[in-house]
Design a protein around this ligand. Structure first.
Ligand code: CU
Length: 314
């Protein structure tokens, strides 16, 4: 009966209980001081009210007191900061290994693609106990992907990628919300996250039209768009070798270095001349308007998957 009335969302991911512990700590500290200060206020007002004509003793200065109410709050605040920073770092640093999902926000729906290629809209099926990595973007305006039961939430921003990760610990169906006002039907941009046994998840996947997985789709695009004419493996090509580059620094012609990540690949495809790769001419044509957000994600997935050994054997 109170299912929809709960004051607190369910706790269904590995990070959730840690987030809650910090929340409760902050709430407890606040409550303690609220009670202390309000209590003192009431008691002292009663005790020293005018009609009783009782005078309190004036304290002109006390080093001990000053030190005490400086040091104690300082320690509490530093503890909260340290704890919060540690947790934030943990939430913001995706593990290296995990199942890579892609999420695209669009007025007003969530589009999801599974590592094996299956797609769904406004729902996300995941196996319990696995690390789920989400690479997210938006096709129009800023949205925000929010799963309260997992205590995870991140903006999806047009023109760039954000990432998020979680590990679901409890089977069940949970709310998925858009938490950034994004237009008329923002309130309908909702969905559900279904956490299943790995075997059930596999069965669910088998029941969905699979198509190609993002890496395969990316490989085909890479050939169809003729990227391979300039980016074939080995040196001496018109364009730089892309294999084994992902996640490493890339040198630019103006001497700067940038991280070879999702955003850099995206920009290289849409605005190739904005950041020139060191030692190369601005020969690459722009693909602006020719590739969709989905296709960009696929190209990125493929470039990410290219390893040196694979390129050598080709
Ligand atoms: Cu939205």
């Amino acid at each position: 009966m109170f299912e929809n009335l709960s004051l607190f969302p369910e706790t269904a991911s590995r990070i959730a209980s840690e987030v809650d512990a910090l929340t409760f700590f902050l709430a407890a500290v606040s409550l303690f001081f609220v009670v202390l200060i309000a209590g003192c206020l009431v008691i002292l007002s009663l005790r020293f009210r005018r009609t009783r004509a009782q005078q309190s003793e004036q304290i002109e200065g006390s080093l001990a007191l000053e030190a005490l109410w400086t040091v104690i709050p300082l320690i509490i605040v530093l503890c909260s900061f340290g704890w919060g920073a540690k947790l934030y770092y943990e939430m913001r640093t995706p593990p290296k290994e995990g199942m890579q999902f892609y999420v695209t926000g669009k007025q007003w729906m969530w589009k999801v693609q599974h590592p094996t290629g299956q797609r769904e809209i406004n729902s996300l099926h995941v196996p319990v106990g696995e690390t789920i990595l989400l690479t997210m973007t938006s096709e129009d305006v800023i949205h925000d992907f929010f799963i309260p039961a997992f205590r995870v939430k991140a903006d999806t921003v047009p023109g760039m990628y954000t990432s998020m990760w979680f590990e679901a610990t409890k089977k069940g169906t949970y709310h998925l919300f858009c938490a950034e006002y994004c237009g008329t039907s923002h309130s309908e941009m909702i969905g559900e996250v279904v956490v299943m046994d790995p075997a059930d998840y596999q069965e669910w996947l088998n029941g969905q039209p699979a198509g190609k997985n993002p890496i395969e789709s990316g490989k085909i695009l890479f050939e169809n768009l003729r990227c391979d004419t300039c980016h074939a493996a080995g040196s001496g090509q018109r364009g730089p070798d892309l294999a084994g580059r992902f996640g490493l620094p890339a040198r630019l012609s103006d001497g700067q270095t940038v991280l070879f990540d999702e955003d850099y690949v995206r920009e290289s495809i849409l605005e190739p001349n904005k950041k020139l790769s060191a030692g190369f001419q601005p020969l690459m044509p722009t693909y602006q308007g020719q590739v969709s957000e989905d296709q960009l994600l696929h190209l990125i997935a493929y470039i990410k998957s290219m390893t040196d050994s694979e390129a050598d054997s080709e």
